[in-house]
Design a protein around this ligand. Structure first.
Ligand code: GDP
Ligand code: MG
Length: 144
């Protein structure tokens, strides 16, 4: 199946980076992806996504430092800068994409706050189904 992944936040970006690594290693040509984050260092830490497919949002508000666990801010920045994300998807091109999958850790701020906003928007624009793969925090991460 042809999948367009959006890795949202740190955990989401890392997981999608691995999917792209797998696709390249197996000559799959099934996956395409972008990573979206408010934290510049998290985007820079990825290994397999092209740099042009790493999208930094919230630069005017959090200046590349991320939103910590504040998912309200993650949602607000995503809402305000949805065009930047949609343009990145456009630039990549959806090609033969059959499904969108947004991947995010649910214990943080950027991915957990931004994913529902992005999912809603993608559903408005594209006819392909939109899924979210959310990763629950481990019990030892406490109240978060
Ligand atoms: N196991 C594991 N969990 C991670 C990793 N990176 C982030 N997380 C978890 O992802 C969750 C959300 O955090 P994060 O993705 O950093 O938030 P965001 O960047 O604000 O979306 C938390 O529960 C973190 O513990 C990782 O490399 N491995
Ligand atoms: Mg983090």
């Amino acid at each position: 199946m042809k999948v367009f992944f959006i890795g949202f936040g740190q955990a989401g970006g890392k997981i999608v980076d691995k999917f792209i690594e797998y696709d390249k290693r197996t000559n799959g040509d099934s996956f395409r992806a972008i990573a979206v984050n408010t934290a510049r260092t998290d985007l820079m830490g990825l290994q397999h996504l092209d740099f042009e497919d790493r999208v930094l949002i919230g630069q005017t508000t959090v200046k590349g430092h991320g939103v910590g666990p504040d998912n309200d801010t993650g949602a607000q920045i995503t809402f305000d800068e949805i065009d930047i994300i949609m343009n990145a998807i456009d630039r990549k091109g959806i090609g033969e994409t059959e499904v969108f999958i947004i991947v995010s850790g649910l214990g943080g701020g950027t991915g957990s706050g931004g994913s529902p906003v992005l999912a809603r928007h993608l559903k408005k624009i594209y006819k392909e189904p939109v899924y979210v793969l959310g990763i629950l925090p481990a019990p030892e991460e406490g109240r978060l």
